[in-house]
Design a protein around this ligand. Structure first.
Ligand code: NDP
Length: 369
């Protein structure tokens, strides 16, 4: 694989700016107009709750359909993203910088004006810009955090579809590429089917919107999670039937654990008496679920996500470490996040968290970690 990428490939053209802006415009307008379940977020410092319109699946299906029609009519090229991947990457990065500076300045301003949702300013310029100042910044009625993560997840699928079109065009479509596309496609579709679960995740309830999150959502998710697809465009892999079966099993188990754990927590938060695995739930202090996946390890959902990430890379074989970037990165991220979540939960739940830790001693992987 030739890794030498000419510098000029990164220089944004008007085309890449137009592609990106059209994408954001579509997400903003269609996201505000199209119907979807309206979900209430967590209670904010001032006692109010944000409302999230969970119409991501409809938005995604409509967008793919529109792009398909556009490609049929020769209006858009299905390979536009794979052809202009590097300049789209740098354009998105520049946009991310711009947005975070605007967020930083507006955050400082509303801090000085004593907003009721008081932004968090430490005074350390780099820290405040990187981690963000505002918890739930809005723009024209759009919750920016929810918007950016949606843009990133959809962007990941659009990149994958463009890479698929490219491999089709090149006549190099392989079993590995089909497996990779299938697993990622299902994961992303599933994300949008359960988009409302996102409203109670760490990113939405606890993380401020700074460069870290904007970069993570807009650049990191779509461009680095799709590395396997790019890699398969340039590399041929022969998989045995046993390897394909094992790969499908890793995906299936990962999915069951990931979705099962997140669903159990979501159901529990709505109705603490709802049965888990057919039995009344084991609850600690009336607030923490200690049965089902949450009785196996304190973050079984992370384990499921890690298995899924592994299943996206296995179609690439084991000849190169490059396609394993995503699961390795996710392992580091989720271990770090689990530690931060422990601190947050220990502070919030105090003795009942300590009791939960005694009852469920494993953090992510039972009998290992
Ligand atoms: P969780 O969904 O695990 O949320 C943690 C929160 O859940 C805690 O702060 C606490 O919040 C509550 N909680 C924890 N334990 C219990 C319990 N036993 N009973 C009831 N409530 C509990 O974490 P994340 O938001 O980080 O992750 C959500 C999903 O997103 C995961 O599946 C993760 O794998 C995935 N993810 C994927 C990433 C990627 O890059 N692919 C990156 C990050 C996450 P509260 O105060 O509400 O009780």
């Amino acid at each position: 694989m030739d890794l030498a990428i000419p510098l000029h490939a990164f220089i944004p053209s008007l085309n890449s700016v137009a592609v990106l802006m059209t994408y954001f415009l579509y997400l903003a307008t269609a996201g505000s107009i199209l119907p979807g379940k309206v979900v209430k977020g967590v209670v904010l410092q001032d006692g109010t709750r944000l409302r999230y319109r969970c119409n991501g699946l409809l938005l995604l299906v409509l967008l793919v359909a529109l792009l398909g029609i556009g490609a049929q009519m020769d209006f858009v090229s299905p390979t536009v993203i794979s052809d202009r991947g590097f300049e789209l990457l740098s354009t998105t990065l520049m946009f991310g910088f711009l947005v975070t500076w605007v967020l930083f300045v507006t955050g400082c301003r509303s801090h000085n004006q004593g907003s009721s949702l008081k932004p968090h300013v430490t005074g350390n310029l780099l820290h405040d810009w990187w981690f963000g100042i505002q918890l739930n910044p809005q723009f024209m009625g759009i919750d920016l955090k929810f918007f950016f993560v949606r843009a990133g997840m959809m962007g990941w699928l659009l990149i994958n579809l463009s890479v698929l079109a490219k491999s089709f065009q090149n006549g190099t479509l392989s079993q590995s590429m089909i497996l990779y596309q299938l697993f990622c496609g299902l994961y992303i579709l599933d994300y949008f089917v359960h988009e409302e679960y996102m409203t109670s995740t760490w990113d939405i309830i606890a993380e401020r919107l700074g460069f870290m999150l904007v970069f993570g959502d807009l650049v990191w998710i779509p461009f680095t999670f799709s590395i396997q697809g790019w890699w398969l465009l340039h590399n041929k892999v022969e998989l045995t039937t046993a390897a394909v079966v094992a790969n499908c099993l890793v995906f299936l188990i990962g999915y069951l654990v990931f979705r099962g754990a997140n669903r159990q927590k979501h159901i529990f938060k709505k109705n603490p008496k709802a049965h888990i695995w057919g039995k009344p739930p084991k609850v600690i202090g009336g607030k923490l679920l200690a049965s089902g996946y949450w009785g196996v390890a304190r973050h079984c959902n992370y384990l499921g996500d890690l298995l899924l990430a592994l299943s996206f890379s296995l179609p690439c074989g084991i000849s190169s470490p490059v396609p394993y970037f995503y699961p390795i990165y996710l392992l580091i991220l989720l271990i770090w996040r689990e530690r931060r979540d422990e601190v947050r939960c220990a502070e919030k739940y105090r003795e009942i968290w300590a009791e939960y830790c005694r009852l469920v001693p494993w953090r992510i992987l039972p009998y290992a970690y």
